[in-house]
Design a protein around this ligand. Structure first.
Ligand SMILES: Cc1cc2nc3c(=O)[nH]c(=O)nc-3n(C[C@H](O)[C@H](O)[C@H](O)COP(=O)(O)OP(=O)(O)OC[C@H]3O[C@@H](n4cnc5c(N)ncnc54)[C@H](O)[C@@H]3O)c2cc1C
Length: 509
């Protein structure tokens, strides 16, 4: 009997070598009767005016992946089409498969599309469970009866995967969490910051850079692109992090500096999110680095918490709250995003530096995303959907499953407190303490009101005044609201007046 003709469709953010759809095809037929198809969709690439460095990363990694698959004996079609549907229809018309396998995408709209595929292609389609996350990898999403907070979710992951546990199954070092040791600002001098590994673009990447530069829309520039585009390069970037930055990852996790965008962070999310690095394998290697004496427990625990705790929790929240999460707006914020988010042109030095960094690199680390960008947007009452779209547009590691719960849930607390139990808001004091930005800023981080008062202060106190009743009802926010009792009626009036005047200067142009 002739083996059946089978197709495997691999979306561009699933560049796994051990892809479940390849494995399913292998169980049904031989390599000669298997065609792997990847589609580069013009519609998808221009849905938003994306960060050009992200498009280079994605397209170059897809094309290198095609080479990787061909090298191990697959016949691969790389189709450039108006849309994914058009590319798949053309493939099916040419190859006439009896069956098509694919793996569930991480994103809601992608899964809806996959559910319609059998009909669209008039071909039997099997959508296999997604293996890029630990949550839902082997069983359905857990549906707890009680409200889940990150800490419980994280501990369950540690137990489930046996990470950093002693022989009795208890956490190494006697604690699940070393966050108290992990909140240091960067010392002014005396600490070298090893830059992340940079990769010179090869001929294929250079070709992609030229194509992306010619696209009609986009933000940032292709010049200076130096990210990894193959599995080997991504592994090398991870190795470099383990050797040179992991030891200081913990203590300086929350620090911000003009000296470096990455500091001691991993800069690995761009690779994890497209399947070049596996989260569980990474957590195990980080644990091995601890046992090999490469890094202290507080740093290794901090890193593993990000990978198997936060990342998975965010993915879980996304699926729990979609599709309503996209339009959630529990604080009813409607102000348009100010124009300086596209140019960096603002006198507020921290925002100026971080926005420019994001335009240039498509990257800023977590605390800058949360405590500079989102903090500002929250205090200024910016429309959450506009902030979400900005993050999706500008970052190299941006995909809806990770952006939307982080922005609308964690950063803007617009999901009714489902992702985070309190809004992450802070006055200038936090930025001043954790960064060196304020030193070169025309505004005074210590002044609450007055001409030179940092707008973060004016907006922060104004926010507390505006939402006093709601915040008072939140047990995690009580102490901050208590500070309001020290304000005189005259100070309250001044804060409100100055905040209104500042907000009136924000233009969407
Ligand atoms: C408003 C906002 C927007 C964000 N947008 C994105 C995004 O578009 N893409 C993205 O991958 N992450 C996003 N994050 C999460 C986090 O900021 C980035 O994963 C991290 O900064 C990536 O840089 P890194 O690899 O150097 O991370 P590190 O700080 O070195 O952390 C290691 C890894 O932990 C994971 N991680 C840590 N925190 C989170 C989190 N909250 N959600 C998901 N993964 C996490 C990432 O995979 C990251 O690579 C966002 C966070 C916030 C608050």
């Amino acid at each position: 009997m002739t083996p059946p003709r089978v197709s495997v469709w691999i979306p561009g953010d699933q560049l796994l070598l051990e892809h479940p759809a390849l494995q399913a095809a292998a169980a049904l037929t031989d390599r000669d009767h298997t065609r792997v198809v990847l589609v580069e969709s013009a519609q998808r690439l221009t849905r938003l005016p994306y960060q050009r460095k992200k498009l280079v990363l994605l397209l170059s990694a897809m094309r290198h992946y095609v080479e990787e698959l061909r090298a191990v004996g697959y016949t691969v079609e790389y189709r450039q089409a108006a849309s994914v549907g058009a590319g798949l229809r053309a493939h099916v018309a040419a190859w006439q498969p009896q069956h098509l396998f694919t793996m569930a995408t991480a994103e809601y709209s992608g899964r809806s599309f996959q559910q319609r595929l059998t009909h669209l292609l008039s071909t039997p389609v099997t959508v296999l469970p997604n293996t890029q996350f630990l949550t839902g990898r082997y069983d359905p999403f857990p549906q707890p009866r009680k409200k889940v907070v990150l800490e419980n979710f994280y501990r369950a992951q540690r137990r489930r995967w046996g990470l950093l546990l002693d022989a009795q199954g208890e956490p190494l070092g006697g604690a699940w969490n070393f966050d108290q040791q992990n909140r240091k600002p960067l010392p002014r001098t005396g600490l070298a910051i090893p830059p992340p590994l940079a990769f010179a673009p090869d001929a294929l990447t250079q070709q992609v850079m030229a194509e992306v530069a010619a696209l009609p829309t986009g933000v940032g520039r292709v010049d200076g692109f130096d990210l990894a585009v193959t599995r080997q390069e991504a592994e090398a970037a991870f190795d470099d992090f383990l050797r040179h930055r992991l030891a200081n990852f913990g203590p300086y996790e929350d620090a911000m500096s003009q000296r470096s965008a990455v500091l001691f962070h991993a800069l690995l999310s761009p690779y994890m999110n497209i399947g070049l690095l596996d989260p569980l394998a990474m957590a195990r290697r980080a644990e091995a680095a601890y046992h090999a004496g490469l890094a202290p427990l507080a740093s290794v625990e901090g890193f593993i918490r990000q990978i198997v705790g936060w990342r998975e929790y965010i993915y879980w929240q996304y699926w729990r709250q979609m599709p309503g999460l996209l339009t959630a707006n529990s604080w009813r914020h409607t102000r348009p995003l100010p124009g300086f988010f596209w140019t960096g042109a603002t006198p507020m030095h921290c925002l100026h530096r971080v926005v420019n960094r994001v335009i240039d690199l498509g990257y800023s680390h977590h605390i800058e995303r949360l405590m500079v960008i989102c903090n500002f947007c929250m205090l200024a009452g910016i429309d959450p959907a506009a902030v979400n779209a900005w993050f999706l547009t500008f970052y190299v590691d941006a995909y809806e499953w990770v952006v939307t719960p982080n922005v609308i849930g964690m950063g803007l607390n617009a999901d009714g407190g489902q992702t985070a139990t309190k809004p992450y808001i802070a006055s200038a004091n936090y930025i001043h303490k954790m960064s060196d930005y304020c030193a070169d800023c025309p505004f005074n981080p210590k002044a609450r009101t007055g001409d030179d008062a940092c707008p973060f202060n004016v907006l922060y106190w104004n926010f507390l005044l505006e939402h006093e009743a709601t915040l008072r009802a939140n047990p995690r926010f009580g102490p901050a609201v208590l500070g309001l009792k020290h304000l005189t009626p005259a100070e309250r009036t001044t804060i409100r007046r100055q905040a209104a005047a500042f907000l009136a200067t924000l233009s969407a142009e």
